[in-house]
Design a protein around this ligand. Structure first.
Ligand SMILES: *Cc1c(COP(=O)(O)O)cnc(C)c1O
Length: 468
């Protein structure tokens, strides 16, 4: 055995070793553990490099889903890594009740500066930190509810409206306003009651109906729902432009304008969940900008730290903040997570915002997004591809039996899972949502990686749909 092949065999064994040690002790998220390792391969990752995940065996796998939509500038981005290291030597964490630190202040200032604005409306003015997306959603829901409690004149405003097919996280409160049966159904008895308005999802358009008309129709239904429950609703929560976990479903921005108007008419707070759409994912810094209106509360997480560390920020208007100022402690917003505003996470977020500026990321993404569109076009003519749709740095492929909207695959055929395995064989980690394949890569993806992505996706679609 040559030195080289001896070395390769050693790292291969190391990868295998990590796999068996993992399965001996770890319980993975969102996974039927029985499927490991035979049905579902377990990728052991030694390190990351831009859009690549590098295994212990040296094999490179393209991270086409940005590690659950968190990574935006690439793995192990040296500028963010350096910022975290610098911060760690200075201050790793400090309680954010009764104390503050530079990173938390500067990040809040910068987030407020880039937040969506609306002419004639007071801008978002205050930042509340939490430490993950679901916690951020809980914060926004509790704030909306508590604001009305503090006012005292409308005690019936206790309900939330959310959208069909929406997703806002998996803690009990966030799950209550989510509508993905796979995550929700089993826990239904534990959840608080929420009302669901029809989704503006353009996939649901009737034949001949435009995405815009479909969104208008959904807004009309929202209007009726709010009319039927006067004085009962404290907030509407939605994912602007793109329902991600719901299958990368997209809607026309007119819906957001209508929702804004309806919320104003009915005295309902509008909560934007930009946890997945924020930080350039749909083409603009925040998806809400595409509608020219702004929310009252806005949740950010995932890409906030460039994908390095968990952190969430909830932005609120001055008038929401003012509703908590009082001599009574009970009227204060007494919500706390131990790691609120963690300095390392704030340092990562600031470094990520610096990269947006120094690399002109949004402009570069416009070029990359048009390359993604070109790369995706040939796949649209595959027989089982019913639709290819795109919003900025997200492209989704909807697979159906006959390549039309009316013939979904039987879930038992596990088309998505087969596509996942086939793509892995081609060096790409796709993680389909049911039978919907999508590209949501780190923004640093280059042309060669994009070509690999398109080739692997085509191979995955053919492999997964060929036999059914
Ligand atoms: C991922 C996600 C969440 C939850 O964030 P976590 O950090 O996973 O708890 C909430 N809303 C949306 C839209 C998301 O995509």
């Amino acid at each position: 055995m040559s030195d080289r092949s001896f070395h390769d065999a050693a790292i291969l064994a190391e990868g295998g070793d990590w796999r068996s040690r993992d399965l001996a002790v770890l319980w993975h998220p969102c996974t039927q553990m029985r499927e490991h390792p035979d049905t579902l391969p377990l990728l052991t990752v030694s390190h990351g490099e831009g859009a690549w995940l590098v295994g212990h065996d040296g094999r490179r796998t393209l991270d086409a889903v940005s590690s659950w939509w968190t990574n935006i500038h690439g793995h192990a981005e040296p500028r963010i890594a350096e910022a975290i290291a610098r911060q760690a030597r200075r201050l790793e964490h400090v309680i954010l009740a009764g104390a503050t630190h530079e990173g938390a202040v500067e990040l809040a200032e910068r987030l407020l500066r880039i937040a969506p604005r609306q002419p004639g409306r007071a801008p978002l003015a205050k930042v509340f930190y939490a430490d993950n997306g679901s916690a951020g959603v809980e914060v926004a829901l509790k704030m909306a509810f508590h604001w009305y409690r503090n006012r005292g004149d409308e005690p019936r405003r206790t309900k939330f409206v959310a959208l069909a097919n929406g997703y806002h996280g998996e803690t009990i409160g966030a799950l209550s306003v989510g509508d993905i049966p796979l995550y929700r159904r089993i826990y239904a008895p534990l959840l608080m009651e929420a009302m669901f308005a029809p989704s503006p999802d353009a996939w649901n358009a009737r034949p001949g109906q435009s995405a815009e008309d479909c969104a208008e129709e959904a807004a009309d239904a929202l209007a009726r729902l709010l009319d039927e429950h006067p004085g009962e609703v404290c907030a509407l929560i939605l994912e602007p432009r793109l329902q991600c976990a719901g299958g990368m479903r997209m809607h026309h921005p007119v819906y957001l304008r209508r929702a804004r108007e309806l919320c104003d008419v009915h005295g309902v707070f509008l909560i934007a969940d930009e946890i997945a759409t924020g930080f350039g994912r749909t083409g603009t810094m925040f998806a809400f900008e595409q509608a020219g209106v702004m929310p009252d509360l806005m949740c950010m997480s995932k890409g906030l730290t460039g994908g390095f560390l968990p952190l969430a920020a909830v932005l609120a208007t001055q008038s929401i903040y003012d509703g908590f100022l009082d001599d009574s402690r009970e009227r204060a917003f007494l919500h706390s997570h131990s790691y609120t505003g963690n300095p390392l996470a704030c340092a990562a977020a600031l470094a990520s915002l610096d990269i947006f500026e120094s690399d002109d990321v949004l402009a570069r993404n416009r070029v990359t997004a048009s390359r993604m569109a070109e790369a995706a076009t040939p796949l649209a003519s595959l027989p089982h591809v019913a639709e290819v749709r795109q919003a900025g740095m997200v492209v989704a492929f909807e697979l159906t039996r006959d390549g039309d909207r009316a013939s979904p695959f039987d879930p038992a055929e596990r088309v998505g899972l087969r596509a996942y395995r086939a793509a892995l064989d081609h060096g790409v980690m796709l993680r389909p949502l049911g039978d919907i394949l999508y590209w949501m890569p780190p923004y640093c993806i280059d042309d060669a990686q994009l070509a690999l992505l398109a080739e692997a996706t085509e191979a995955a679609i053919v492999a997964a749909t060929g036999a059914v």
